[in-house]
Design a protein around this ligand. Structure first.
Ligand code: PLP
Length: 405
């Protein structure tokens, strides 16, 4: 069945608040909050607020139960084998930094950490910092002309000194989806761990993280239509058991004396202090709602819109697309340059037409370098977008090009 976009929009409070024209095409930066998540957030903050994991009165007990249920909902959405594999965080950036700290002892002087030129800075900088602390080296997989990860010659890229391979599941600039299987196979062959940045993959439907073959998977709730401020880090259970804590503090211990502390079992060992309770509940509610949608219809819809967008962009003069033109193994994230015009100027003028796009380096400067540019305009799609949004962008662009040239 075709997607009923009008019905889909009714699940997103933003459309009742933003007067038309409103064409939100900045979903890779943050998706709009869905009604289920907004309700979970406000209900907790206004009618059910208590700290979790420590109170014995009923209000606190209910908050603790809701928190545990959010973990279960995330585990189900991700396809984790058990809820304990899911560490609740404040987002992808926090999760990847956590990973880079708890894996520290596995990296030694002269070892290598492999990232890629397709990564968001949050999947590069924490690894650079780890490499510096341990005297290791950073290596990077390149990108193809299409803006996909270049997976040729993995034997050379991943050798016996490689301890960690950290790659994105979906690029936040080109929309390309990474074929993880060959990377995982090669990493396994040399005993390296695979860390995946799933920030741009999770808004596109439930996944089977346990069968991807990776060891760690990071994501943000706000990109999957939850609130800002929460995320999750999935860690394969047998690895999880072996890892030391990251931050020290309350709730991550089993016993503290002045001399020493014993740590709580995972996942609590990695969740020091009061967590972002409301945003976590919202993320769980979003996951639950997303899990019940017709993804075949949504993905077909997004594919049609992506095709319309790419064809429209290709028909405009002086435009350079950064990313694949084909519609397979990619999501609706499309970046482009307008010759001779800075991306910020394009986005600012598009705003005048009610079109929200993002301009800049998208926290992916190594990718910008690979394409010989400093900034692009990016349009990114969600299930609530329709052909009107695409046409408004294309018509706006036509006028912007006329004004700015
Ligand atoms: N990784 C990718 C691929 C992203 O697109 C983003 C955000 O745009 C991040 C990581 C960082 O996410 P957050 O800012 O929610 O921590």
């Amino acid at each position: 069945m075709a997607l009923d976009v009008a019905a889909m929009r009714r699940n997103f409070p933003i459309f009742a608040h933003q007067p038309p024209p409103f064409h939100y095409l900045d979903n890779a930066a943050t998706g709009q909050i869905c009604a289920a998540a907004a309700e979970a957030l406000t209900t907790f903050e206004t009618a059910g607020r208590a700290n979790v994991k420590r109170g014995v009165y009923r209000l606190a007990d209910r908050a603790t139960q809701a928190f545990a249920e959010a973990r279960e909902r995330m585990a189900a959405y991700l396809g984790a084998t058990r809820p304990e594999e899911v560490i609740l965080t404040s987002g992808t950036t926090f999760g990847l930094n956590l990973a880079a700290h708890v894996l520290e002892a596995r990296v030694g002087p002269g070892d290598a950490i492999l990232v890629s030129r397709l990564e968001h800075h949050s999947n590069i900088v924490p690894w650079q910092m780890l490499a510096e602390r341990r005297g290791a080296r950073i290596r990077a997989l390149g990108v193809t002309e299409e803006g996909r990860l270049d997976l040729r010659d993995l034997e050379a890229a991943i050798d016996r000194r490689t301890r960690i391979v950290a790659v994105t599941h979906c690029s936040n600039v080109t929309g390309a989806v990474t074929d993880l299987a060959p990377l995982v196979a090669r990493a396994r062959a040399v005993g390296a761990l695979v860390v995946v940045d799933g920030a741009q993959r999770v808004p596109h439907g439930p996944l089977e993280v346990a069968s991807l073959g990776c060891d760690i998977y990071a994501l943000s709730g706000h990109k999957m239509f939850g609130a800002t401020g929460a995320g999750a880090l999935w860690i394969r259970h047998d690895l999880l058991e072996t890892l030391p804590p990251f931050l020290g503090g309350g709730e991550m211990i089993s016993r503290v004396t002045i001399e020493e502390s014993r740590y709580a079992p995972p996942p609590h060992r990695f969740e020091a202090g009061t967590p972002p309770i409301g945003p976590v509940l919202a993320m769980g509610a979003a996951a639950d709602w997303l899990a019940g949608l017709d993804w075949q219809a949504i993905l077909a819809h997004e594919k049609r819109l992506t095709a319309r967008l790419i064809a429209g962009l290709e028909a405009l003069p002086g435009l350079r697309l950064i990313g694949p033109r084909d519609l397979d193994d990619r999501y609706g994230v499309v970046a482009f340059e307008v010759a001779g015009v800075h991306a910020h100027d394009v986005c600012q003028l598009l705003d005048g037409f009610g079109v929200c796009t993002r301009g800049g380096h998208h926290c992916a400067q190594p990718l910008m370098d690979a394409f010989g540019t400093v900034a692009t305009v990016r349009a990114s799609l969600a299930p609530y977008n329709d052909a009107d949004d695409i046409d408004a962008l294309l018509e706006g662009l036509e006028q912007v090009i006329r004004i700015l040239r």
